[in-house]
Design a protein around this ligand. Structure first.
Ligand SMILES: [Zn+2]
Length: 470
Protein backbone atom coordinates (compact mmCIF):
# COMPACT_ATOMS: atom_id res chain seq x y z
CA UNK A 1 0.00 0.00 0.00
CA UNK A 2 1.32 3.42 -0.84
CA UNK A 3 1.11 6.39 1.47
CA UNK A 4 -2.33 7.88 2.06
CA UNK A 5 -2.77 11.27 3.71
CA UNK A 6 -5.92 12.77 5.12
CA UNK A 7 -6.30 16.05 3.29
CA UNK A 8 -8.24 18.68 5.25
CA UNK A 9 -9.02 20.38 1.95
CA UNK A 10 -10.98 17.42 0.54
CA UNK A 11 -11.97 15.93 3.90
CA UNK A 12 -10.72 12.56 2.64
CA UNK A 13 -7.78 10.22 2.80
CA UNK A 14 -6.00 10.55 -0.53
CA UNK A 15 -3.12 8.75 -2.22
CA UNK A 16 -0.05 10.84 -1.71
CA UNK A 17 1.48 11.75 -5.07
CA UNK A 18 4.19 14.41 -4.81
CA UNK A 19 4.54 16.94 -7.62
CA UNK A 20 8.09 15.80 -8.35
CA UNK A 21 8.59 12.04 -8.02
CA UNK A 22 10.83 11.21 -5.06
CA UNK A 23 10.66 14.71 -3.61
CA UNK A 24 8.41 16.30 -1.02
CA UNK A 25 8.11 20.01 -0.35
CA UNK A 26 6.50 20.72 3.01
CA UNK A 27 5.74 23.93 4.89
CA UNK A 28 4.66 23.98 8.53
CA UNK A 29 3.69 27.13 10.43
CA UNK A 30 6.11 27.71 13.26
CA UNK A 31 5.87 29.59 16.53
CA UNK A 32 5.56 33.28 17.31
CA UNK A 33 8.68 33.96 19.33
CA UNK A 34 7.46 35.99 22.29
CA UNK A 35 7.27 33.32 25.01
CA UNK A 36 8.51 29.83 25.96
CA UNK A 37 7.12 26.94 23.96
CA UNK A 38 4.68 24.73 25.85
CA UNK A 39 3.58 21.14 25.72
CA UNK A 40 0.87 22.00 23.15
CA UNK A 41 3.60 23.24 20.81
CA UNK A 42 5.48 20.02 21.51
CA UNK A 43 2.58 17.99 20.15
CA UNK A 44 2.50 19.89 16.88
CA UNK A 45 6.29 19.84 16.59
CA UNK A 46 6.46 16.09 17.25
CA UNK A 47 3.60 15.42 14.82
CA UNK A 48 5.44 17.02 11.93
CA UNK A 49 8.78 15.61 13.07
CA UNK A 50 7.23 12.13 12.81
CA UNK A 51 5.83 12.92 9.37
CA UNK A 52 9.18 14.36 8.25
CA UNK A 53 11.03 11.29 9.55
CA UNK A 54 8.64 8.83 7.96
CA UNK A 55 8.74 10.58 4.57
CA UNK A 56 12.53 10.41 4.69
CA UNK A 57 12.39 6.80 5.87
CA UNK A 58 10.16 6.07 2.85
CA UNK A 59 12.92 7.32 0.59
CA UNK A 60 11.72 10.83 -0.23
CA UNK A 61 14.03 13.79 -0.39
CA UNK A 62 12.17 16.27 1.79
CA UNK A 63 12.44 20.03 1.68
CA UNK A 64 10.93 21.03 5.02
CA UNK A 65 10.38 24.72 5.85
CA UNK A 66 9.19 25.89 9.27
CA UNK A 67 9.04 29.63 9.91
CA UNK A 68 9.47 31.89 12.90
CA UNK A 69 6.95 34.71 13.30
CA UNK A 70 9.19 37.42 14.67
CA UNK A 71 7.02 40.50 14.21
CA UNK A 72 3.66 40.58 15.96
CA UNK A 73 1.57 42.54 18.49
CA UNK A 74 2.49 40.16 21.32
CA UNK A 75 6.21 40.59 20.64
CA UNK A 76 5.84 44.37 20.61
CA UNK A 77 3.89 44.27 23.88
CA UNK A 78 6.51 42.09 25.56
CA UNK A 79 9.35 44.33 24.36
CA UNK A 80 7.53 47.39 25.74
CA UNK A 81 6.72 45.66 29.04
CA UNK A 82 10.33 44.62 29.48
CA UNK A 83 11.71 47.93 28.18
CA UNK A 84 13.61 45.92 25.64
CA UNK A 85 13.69 45.71 21.83
CA UNK A 86 11.68 43.30 19.68
CA UNK A 87 14.94 41.91 18.33
CA UNK A 88 16.25 41.10 21.78
CA UNK A 89 12.98 39.33 22.62
CA UNK A 90 12.81 37.34 19.40
CA UNK A 91 16.51 36.39 19.42
CA UNK A 92 16.15 35.14 22.97
CA UNK A 93 13.08 32.99 22.24
CA UNK A 94 14.48 31.66 18.98
CA UNK A 95 17.51 30.49 20.90
CA UNK A 96 15.28 28.90 23.52
CA UNK A 97 13.17 27.27 20.83
CA UNK A 98 16.29 25.69 19.33
CA UNK A 99 17.29 24.35 22.74
CA UNK A 100 13.81 22.85 23.24
CA UNK A 101 13.81 21.38 19.74
CA UNK A 102 17.15 19.73 20.37
CA UNK A 103 16.11 18.39 23.78
CA UNK A 104 12.95 16.95 22.25
CA UNK A 105 15.07 15.21 19.63
CA UNK A 106 13.50 16.97 16.64
CA UNK A 107 15.21 16.80 13.28
CA UNK A 108 16.17 20.26 12.08
CA UNK A 109 14.04 21.47 9.16
CA UNK A 110 15.78 22.32 5.88
CA UNK A 111 15.07 26.02 6.47
CA UNK A 112 13.74 28.20 9.29
CA UNK A 113 12.98 31.56 7.69
CA UNK A 114 12.09 34.60 9.80
CA UNK A 115 9.37 37.03 8.72
CA UNK A 116 11.47 40.15 9.35
CA UNK A 117 14.11 38.95 6.90
CA UNK A 118 11.52 38.68 4.11
CA UNK A 119 9.94 42.14 4.08
CA UNK A 120 10.81 42.72 0.41
CA UNK A 121 9.06 39.50 -0.64
CA UNK A 122 6.06 40.41 1.53
CA UNK A 123 5.77 43.89 -0.04
CA UNK A 124 6.01 42.42 -3.52
CA UNK A 125 3.22 39.97 -2.77
CA UNK A 126 0.94 42.68 -1.40
CA UNK A 127 1.59 44.76 -4.54
CA UNK A 128 0.56 41.79 -6.66
CA UNK A 129 -2.69 41.57 -4.67
CA UNK A 130 -3.29 45.29 -5.24
CA UNK A 131 -2.79 44.81 -8.99
CA UNK A 132 -5.39 42.09 -8.92
CA UNK A 133 -7.81 44.29 -6.97
CA UNK A 134 -7.69 41.94 -4.01
CA UNK A 135 -6.19 44.53 -1.67
CA UNK A 136 -7.06 48.12 -0.78
CA UNK A 137 -5.40 50.90 1.21
CA UNK A 138 -6.85 52.80 4.13
CA UNK A 139 -4.60 55.41 5.81
CA UNK A 140 -1.33 53.52 5.48
CA UNK A 141 -2.89 50.12 6.17
CA UNK A 142 -3.58 47.57 3.46
CA UNK A 143 -6.42 45.05 3.73
CA UNK A 144 -7.20 41.89 1.81
CA UNK A 145 -10.63 42.00 0.25
CA UNK A 146 -12.23 38.68 1.18
CA UNK A 147 -15.37 39.02 -1.00
CA UNK A 148 -13.00 39.36 -4.00
CA UNK A 149 -11.73 35.81 -3.49
CA UNK A 150 -14.51 33.32 -4.25
CA UNK A 151 -12.82 30.27 -2.68
CA UNK A 152 -12.71 31.79 0.78
CA UNK A 153 -13.75 29.25 3.45
CA UNK A 154 -12.98 26.13 1.39
CA UNK A 155 -10.40 24.73 3.82
CA UNK A 156 -12.33 25.19 7.06
CA UNK A 157 -15.69 24.64 5.29
CA UNK A 158 -17.08 27.88 6.58
CA UNK A 159 -19.69 29.87 4.73
CA UNK A 160 -18.93 33.50 4.06
CA UNK A 161 -22.37 34.75 5.15
CA UNK A 162 -22.08 32.92 8.49
CA UNK A 163 -18.56 34.22 8.99
CA UNK A 164 -19.66 37.74 8.25
CA UNK A 165 -22.45 37.52 10.78
CA UNK A 166 -19.95 36.33 13.40
CA UNK A 167 -17.31 38.90 12.51
CA UNK A 168 -19.68 41.87 12.91
CA UNK A 169 -19.19 41.70 16.66
CA UNK A 170 -15.86 43.50 16.44
CA UNK A 171 -16.36 45.93 13.65
CA UNK A 172 -13.55 47.95 12.11
CA UNK A 173 -15.18 50.84 10.24
CA UNK A 174 -12.29 51.11 7.82
CA UNK A 175 -12.81 47.63 6.42
CA UNK A 176 -15.12 47.13 3.46
CA UNK A 177 -16.17 43.70 4.70
CA UNK A 178 -15.88 42.53 8.32
CA UNK A 179 -13.88 39.49 7.09
CA UNK A 180 -11.17 41.56 5.42
CA UNK A 181 -7.83 41.21 7.16
CA UNK A 182 -4.66 43.28 7.39
CA UNK A 183 -1.82 42.61 4.95
CA UNK A 184 0.17 45.65 6.05
CA UNK A 185 -0.17 47.77 9.17
CA UNK A 186 1.06 51.33 9.45
CA UNK A 187 3.38 51.56 12.42
CA UNK A 188 2.71 53.56 15.53
CA UNK A 189 5.49 55.28 17.43
CA UNK A 190 7.92 52.85 19.02
CA UNK A 191 6.88 49.91 16.84
CA UNK A 192 9.20 48.10 14.44
CA UNK A 193 8.73 49.55 11.00
CA UNK A 194 9.88 49.18 7.41
CA UNK A 195 9.57 51.51 4.44
CA UNK A 196 6.89 50.51 1.96
CA UNK A 197 4.81 51.95 -0.90
CA UNK A 198 2.11 52.57 1.74
CA UNK A 199 4.38 54.38 4.16
CA UNK A 200 6.30 53.01 7.14
CA UNK A 201 4.73 49.91 8.63
CA UNK A 202 4.96 46.18 9.27
CA UNK A 203 3.36 43.07 7.77
CA UNK A 204 0.14 41.51 9.09
CA UNK A 205 0.54 37.98 10.41
CA UNK A 206 -0.78 35.83 7.56
CA UNK A 207 1.15 37.29 4.65
CA UNK A 208 4.57 36.07 5.82
CA UNK A 209 3.68 32.40 5.32
CA UNK A 210 2.42 33.06 1.78
CA UNK A 211 5.58 35.00 0.93
CA UNK A 212 8.07 32.59 2.48
CA UNK A 213 6.45 29.35 1.32
CA UNK A 214 6.33 30.50 -2.29
CA UNK A 215 9.91 31.80 -2.13
CA UNK A 216 11.38 28.54 -0.84
CA UNK A 217 8.98 25.89 -2.11
CA UNK A 218 7.30 27.40 -5.14
CA UNK A 219 3.57 27.18 -5.74
CA UNK A 220 1.89 24.82 -5.46
CA UNK A 221 3.98 22.71 -3.10
CA UNK A 222 3.08 19.32 -1.64
CA UNK A 223 2.20 19.51 2.06
CA UNK A 224 1.13 22.40 4.24
CA UNK A 225 0.80 21.63 7.94
CA UNK A 226 -0.01 23.15 11.28
CA UNK A 227 -2.17 22.84 14.36
CA UNK A 228 -5.94 22.64 13.96
CA UNK A 229 -6.27 26.03 15.63
CA UNK A 230 -4.49 27.58 12.62
CA UNK A 231 -6.98 26.27 10.08
CA UNK A 232 -9.15 29.33 10.48
CA UNK A 233 -8.44 32.12 9.89
CA UNK A 234 -4.68 31.75 9.38
CA UNK A 235 -4.58 28.99 6.76
CA UNK A 236 -7.73 30.21 5.07
CA UNK A 237 -6.07 33.62 4.73
CA UNK A 238 -2.83 32.10 3.43
CA UNK A 239 -4.86 30.37 0.71
CA UNK A 240 -6.69 33.59 -0.18
CA UNK A 241 -3.42 35.54 -0.44
CA UNK A 242 -1.35 32.99 -2.36
CA UNK A 243 -4.06 31.74 -4.68
CA UNK A 244 -5.37 35.28 -5.14
CA UNK A 245 -1.93 36.54 -6.15
CA UNK A 246 -0.84 33.71 -8.45
CA UNK A 247 -4.06 32.04 -9.57
CA UNK A 248 -2.56 28.68 -8.57
CA UNK A 249 -3.27 26.37 -5.62
CA UNK A 250 -1.07 27.07 -2.59
CA UNK A 251 -0.53 23.51 -1.38
CA UNK A 252 -1.94 20.15 -2.42
CA UNK A 253 -2.28 18.36 0.91
CA UNK A 254 -3.30 20.21 4.06
CA UNK A 255 -2.51 18.43 7.31
CA UNK A 256 -3.68 19.50 10.77
CA UNK A 257 -2.82 18.02 14.11
CA UNK A 258 -5.48 17.81 16.81
CA UNK A 259 -5.21 20.05 19.81
CA UNK A 260 -3.99 19.10 23.22
CA UNK A 261 -5.83 19.38 26.51
CA UNK A 262 -4.18 18.96 29.90
CA UNK A 263 -6.01 16.69 32.36
CA UNK A 264 -9.05 17.05 30.12
CA UNK A 265 -9.08 20.83 30.23
CA UNK A 266 -7.98 23.54 27.88
CA UNK A 267 -4.46 24.56 28.76
CA UNK A 268 -4.09 28.03 30.22
CA UNK A 269 -1.72 29.87 32.48
CA UNK A 270 -4.57 30.88 34.79
CA UNK A 271 -5.68 27.27 35.34
CA UNK A 272 -2.15 26.32 36.36
CA UNK A 273 -2.07 23.47 33.83
CA UNK A 274 0.40 25.19 31.56
CA UNK A 275 3.73 23.42 31.17
CA UNK A 276 6.68 24.59 29.15
CA UNK A 277 8.74 22.05 27.24
CA UNK A 278 11.72 22.84 29.42
CA UNK A 279 9.78 22.17 32.65
CA UNK A 280 8.53 18.83 31.38
CA UNK A 281 11.97 17.69 30.22
CA UNK A 282 13.48 18.40 33.60
CA UNK A 283 11.41 15.60 35.09
CA UNK A 284 10.81 13.32 32.11
CA UNK A 285 12.72 11.77 29.28
CA UNK A 286 12.17 13.25 25.80
CA UNK A 287 11.45 9.72 24.57
CA UNK A 288 8.53 9.55 27.04
CA UNK A 289 7.03 12.72 25.56
CA UNK A 290 7.37 11.31 22.04
CA UNK A 291 5.97 7.94 23.09
CA UNK A 292 2.97 9.66 24.71
CA UNK A 293 2.09 11.68 21.63
CA UNK A 294 2.55 8.70 19.30
CA UNK A 295 -0.06 6.72 21.25
CA UNK A 296 -2.84 8.91 19.85
CA UNK A 297 -3.38 9.59 16.17
CA UNK A 298 -2.10 13.03 15.20
CA UNK A 299 -5.52 14.17 13.98
CA UNK A 300 -7.39 13.24 17.17
CA UNK A 301 -7.52 15.55 20.12
CA UNK A 302 -4.83 14.56 22.61
CA UNK A 303 -4.76 14.76 26.36
CA UNK A 304 -1.70 15.33 28.46
CA UNK A 305 -1.23 14.43 32.10
CA UNK A 306 1.85 13.74 34.19
CA UNK A 307 0.49 10.25 34.94
CA UNK A 308 0.08 9.46 31.25
CA UNK A 309 3.58 10.78 30.63
CA UNK A 310 5.00 8.57 33.37
CA UNK A 311 3.27 5.57 31.89
CA UNK A 312 4.60 6.45 28.45
CA UNK A 313 8.08 6.64 29.96
CA UNK A 314 7.72 3.13 31.38
CA UNK A 315 6.54 1.86 28.00
CA UNK A 316 9.55 3.39 26.26
CA UNK A 317 11.77 1.85 28.90
CA UNK A 318 10.50 -1.62 27.95
CA UNK A 319 11.79 -1.05 24.42
CA UNK A 320 15.23 -0.07 25.70
CA UNK A 321 15.32 -2.98 28.18
CA UNK A 322 14.53 -5.41 25.40
CA UNK A 323 17.22 -4.01 23.14
CA UNK A 324 19.71 -4.15 25.99
CA UNK A 325 18.69 -7.71 26.76
CA UNK A 326 19.29 -8.75 23.17
CA UNK A 327 22.68 -7.03 23.18
CA UNK A 328 23.65 -8.94 26.35
CA UNK A 329 22.36 -12.25 25.02
CA UNK A 330 25.36 -12.72 22.78
CA UNK A 331 23.17 -13.38 19.74
CA UNK A 332 25.12 -12.69 16.57
CA UNK A 333 23.58 -9.63 14.90
CA UNK A 334 26.11 -9.26 12.11
CA UNK A 335 24.77 -8.84 8.58
CA UNK A 336 21.20 -9.37 9.65
CA UNK A 337 18.41 -7.84 7.65
CA UNK A 338 15.30 -6.56 9.41
CA UNK A 339 12.46 -9.09 9.36
CA UNK A 340 10.60 -8.31 6.13
CA UNK A 341 7.10 -9.23 7.24
CA UNK A 342 7.33 -7.05 10.34
CA UNK A 343 8.64 -4.13 8.33
CA UNK A 344 5.87 -4.49 5.81
CA UNK A 345 3.21 -4.48 8.56
CA UNK A 346 4.82 -1.39 10.04
CA UNK A 347 4.79 0.45 6.72
CA UNK A 348 1.20 -0.58 6.13
CA UNK A 349 0.14 1.13 9.36
CA UNK A 350 2.25 4.21 8.79
CA UNK A 351 1.12 4.50 5.17
CA UNK A 352 -2.43 4.74 6.46
CA UNK A 353 -2.22 8.46 7.25
CA UNK A 354 0.65 7.95 9.73
CA UNK A 355 -1.25 5.64 12.05
CA UNK A 356 1.26 5.73 14.89
CA UNK A 357 -1.01 4.12 17.54
CA UNK A 358 -1.19 0.98 15.41
CA UNK A 359 2.51 1.12 14.56
CA UNK A 360 3.24 1.31 18.29
CA UNK A 361 0.94 -1.65 18.96
CA UNK A 362 3.10 -3.67 16.54
CA UNK A 363 6.26 -2.52 18.29
CA UNK A 364 4.99 -3.55 21.70
CA UNK A 365 3.71 -6.90 20.42
CA UNK A 366 7.22 -7.46 19.17
CA UNK A 367 8.75 -6.41 22.48
CA UNK A 368 6.61 -9.05 24.20
CA UNK A 369 7.40 -11.81 21.70
CA UNK A 370 11.11 -11.07 21.76
CA UNK A 371 11.16 -11.29 25.54
CA UNK A 372 9.28 -14.60 25.42
CA UNK A 373 11.78 -15.99 22.92
CA UNK A 374 14.70 -14.79 25.04
CA UNK A 375 13.12 -16.37 28.15
CA UNK A 376 12.80 -19.67 26.30
CA UNK A 377 16.33 -19.29 24.84
CA UNK A 378 14.90 -19.76 21.35
CA UNK A 379 17.41 -17.65 19.52
CA UNK A 380 16.31 -18.52 15.99
CA UNK A 381 15.16 -15.43 14.08
CA UNK A 382 15.77 -13.08 17.02
CA UNK A 383 18.48 -11.16 15.18
CA UNK A 384 16.16 -10.31 12.25
CA UNK A 385 13.29 -9.41 14.53
CA UNK A 386 15.51 -7.28 16.76
CA UNK A 387 16.71 -5.38 13.70
CA UNK A 388 13.10 -4.81 12.66
CA UNK A 389 12.28 -3.55 16.16
CA UNK A 390 15.18 -1.12 16.05
CA UNK A 391 14.35 0.06 12.53
CA UNK A 392 10.70 0.69 13.41
CA UNK A 393 11.66 2.60 16.56
CA UNK A 394 14.25 4.62 14.68
CA UNK A 395 11.73 5.54 12.00
CA UNK A 396 9.50 7.01 14.71
CA UNK A 397 12.38 8.80 16.43
CA UNK A 398 12.01 6.61 19.54
CA UNK A 399 15.51 5.25 19.34
CA UNK A 400 17.85 8.15 18.72
CA UNK A 401 20.48 6.71 21.02
CA UNK A 402 21.08 3.37 22.70
CA UNK A 403 19.93 1.92 26.02
CA UNK A 404 23.09 3.13 27.75
CA UNK A 405 22.27 6.79 27.10
CA UNK A 406 18.60 6.28 27.97
CA UNK A 407 19.35 4.66 31.31
CA UNK A 408 22.07 7.11 32.19
CA UNK A 409 19.62 9.98 31.60
CA UNK A 410 17.19 8.19 33.90
CA UNK A 411 19.88 7.90 36.59
CA UNK A 412 20.85 11.54 36.26
CA UNK A 413 17.22 12.66 36.64
CA UNK A 414 16.78 10.39 39.63
CA UNK A 415 19.93 11.65 41.35
CA UNK A 416 18.85 15.23 40.75
CA UNK A 417 15.35 14.63 42.08
CA UNK A 418 16.63 12.82 45.17
CA UNK A 419 19.36 15.37 45.77
CA UNK A 420 21.92 12.55 45.65
CA UNK A 421 25.46 12.52 44.33
CA UNK A 422 26.50 9.58 42.18
CA UNK A 423 29.62 9.15 44.36
CA UNK A 424 27.42 8.26 47.34
CA UNK A 425 25.94 5.37 45.40
CA UNK A 426 29.37 4.30 44.15
CA UNK A 427 30.74 4.42 47.70
CA UNK A 428 27.97 2.14 48.97
CA UNK A 429 28.55 -0.27 46.10
CA UNK A 430 32.30 -0.33 46.80
CA UNK A 431 31.59 -1.09 50.49
CA UNK A 432 29.30 -3.93 49.43
CA UNK A 433 31.94 -5.29 47.02
CA UNK A 434 34.45 -5.28 49.84
CA UNK A 435 32.02 -7.08 52.19
CA UNK A 436 31.49 -9.70 49.51
CA UNK A 437 35.23 -10.15 49.06
CA UNK A 438 35.47 -10.73 52.78
CA UNK A 439 32.56 -13.16 52.50
CA UNK A 440 30.61 -10.96 54.89
CA UNK A 441 27.31 -11.80 53.21
CA UNK A 442 25.22 -10.22 55.93
CA UNK A 443 26.84 -6.84 55.50
CA UNK A 444 26.68 -7.15 51.70
CA UNK A 445 22.95 -7.90 51.89
CA UNK A 446 22.37 -5.08 54.33
CA UNK A 447 23.92 -2.56 51.94
CA UNK A 448 22.01 -4.02 49.01
CA UNK A 449 18.70 -3.72 50.88
CA UNK A 450 19.49 -0.23 52.03
CA UNK A 451 20.05 0.82 48.42
CA UNK A 452 16.94 -1.03 47.34
CA UNK A 453 14.90 0.92 49.86
CA UNK A 454 16.08 4.07 48.12
CA UNK A 455 15.04 2.68 44.74
CA UNK A 456 18.45 1.52 43.55
CA UNK A 457 18.80 -1.97 42.17
CA UNK A 458 22.31 -3.43 42.37
CA UNK A 459 23.18 -5.99 39.72
CA UNK A 460 26.17 -8.29 39.69
CA UNK A 461 27.32 -8.88 36.16
CA UNK A 462 30.37 -10.52 34.65
CA UNK A 463 31.79 -7.07 34.11
CA UNK A 464 31.36 -6.07 37.78
CA UNK A 465 28.64 -4.49 39.85
CA UNK A 466 26.27 -2.05 38.17
CA UNK A 467 23.26 -0.17 39.43
CA UNK A 468 19.94 0.88 38.09
CA UNK A 469 17.07 3.03 39.20
CA UNK A 470 13.89 1.09 39.74
ZN1 LIG B 1 1.40 30.11 8.54
Amino acid sequence: MSLKIFNTLSGEKEDFVPLTPGEVRMYVCGVTVYDSSHIGHARSLLTFDTIYRYLKFSGYRVQFVRNFTDVDDKIIKKANDQKSSCETITDCYIEEFHRDAESLGLLAPSLEPRATLHIAEIIELIQKLEERQLAYRVDGDVFFSVPGFPGYGKLSRKRIDELEAGARVEIDERKKSPLDFALWKSSKAGEPSWESPWGPGRPGWHIECSAMSSKYLGQPFDIHGGGRDLMFPHHENEIAQSEGAFGLPLARYWMHNGLLTVNGEKMSKSLGNYFTIEEILQEHDPVAVRQLFLTSHYRSPGDFSKEALQEAGRAAERIYETIERIACSGINRQNTVADASLMSSFCQEMNDDFNTPRALALIFDEVRSLNRLLDAKQNDGIAERASALETMCEALGLLQDGPEAFFSRKKARWLRQQGFAEEEVQKAIAARDEARMNKDWREADRIRNELLAKGIVVEDTRGGTTWKVR
